[in-house]
Ligand binder design. Structure first.
Ligand SMILES: C[S@@+](CC[C@H](N)C(=O)[O-])C[C@H]1O[C@@H](n2cnc3c(N)ncnc32)[C@H](O)[C@@H]1O
Length: 248
């Protein structure tokens, strides 16, 4: 098991949770909808890259009494995640290991797999190995849910107007831009700042490699790994193992 305490998210940890909250107001319901057929007594729910736990909240809220096993390599994000989950009455159901997806010891029977906004951290080889390791462990009908993010080809992405949120008297803002680093990869540079009125009092920059994968390509890879039924809902790719719920 690799203990991976630092990561590309070290510099952005202060900002990531705050700036992700608005996105999850809509996404929580969409993720919950993909999990309605899960049998929460069928096995363990596996989550890759929970970050600060906005996705984990959905899993804990909707899949009781299933245990959840997560792989989160960033120590900074794990600190926020653990602080948030440990304040819940059902925290005993949640275990997070300090590893990446490729290093997570997979449970023998899996009730559902979720990885939100993280698939670009896995290389094509890592995805191929992971998907073929997951498929035979899925309980009948268990879903595998990932989402993809633009761009879906390796092109330059210009920075967008900063978006942000206010806590107390301070405003927290972020923007990002990407440049191609190969035929199927870009390097994101995310820039953040903290404003007290018009005065910038702190800033941070985070760089990370991101493997490009479109929803169609991801769906094809899951089929190649043995998924019985795969559908695409905008940015989300939902695959099912074979079994009673596979054809729904
Ligand atoms: C953009 S954040 C998304 C966090 C959360 N899932 C959400 O949607 O709000 C990407 C997450 O993937 C994690 N990550 C990076 N490399 C990873 C890997 N190899 N395996 C699993 N997670 C990884 C990061 O540490 C971070 O928590």
């Amino acid at each position: 098991m690799t203990i991976n305490g630092n990561s590309e998210y070290w510099e952005s940890a202060e900002y990531l949770h705050l700036l992700s909250i608005p996105m999850w107001e809509q996404l929580s319901g969409r993720l919950a909808d993909t999990l309605t057929d899960v049998d929460p007594t069928a096995g363990t729910v596996v989550e890759f890259g929970p970050g600060t736990g906005l996705s984990t909240d959905v899993l804990l809220d909707t899949l009781s009494p299933a245990p959840i096993l997560a792989a989160e390599p960033s120590a900074a994000l794990r600190a926020v995640l653990l602080a948030r989950v440990s304040s819940r009455p059902d925290s005993a159901r949640f275990t997070v290991l300090p590893v990446g997806a490729a290093e997570l010891p997979l449970p023998s029977t899996i009730a559902a797999v979720v990885g939100m906004h993280m698939i670009g951290h896995l290389s094509p080889d890592q995805r191929r190995v992971l998907f073929s390791d997951l498929m035979p462990r899925l309980a009948p009908g268990a879903p595998v849910v990932f989402n993809v993010q633009p761009p879906d080809t390796a092109v330059e992405v210009p920075s967008w107007p900063p978006f942000g949120t206010t806590v107390g008297r301070l405003r927290y803002e972020g923007t990002g831009r990407a440049v191609p680093t190969g035929p199927d990869a870009v390097r994101w540079t995310m820039s953040y700042r903290t404003l007290d009125g018009d005065t910038e009092i702190a800033s941070a920059t985070a760089d990370y490699q991101w493997w490009i994968v479109s929803a169609e390509q991801l769906a094809g890879e899951l089929r190649d790994a043995g998924a019985a039924n795969v559908r695409i809902d905008e940015d989300m790719v939902i695959a099912h193992a074979g079994g009673a719920q596979a054809d729904r």
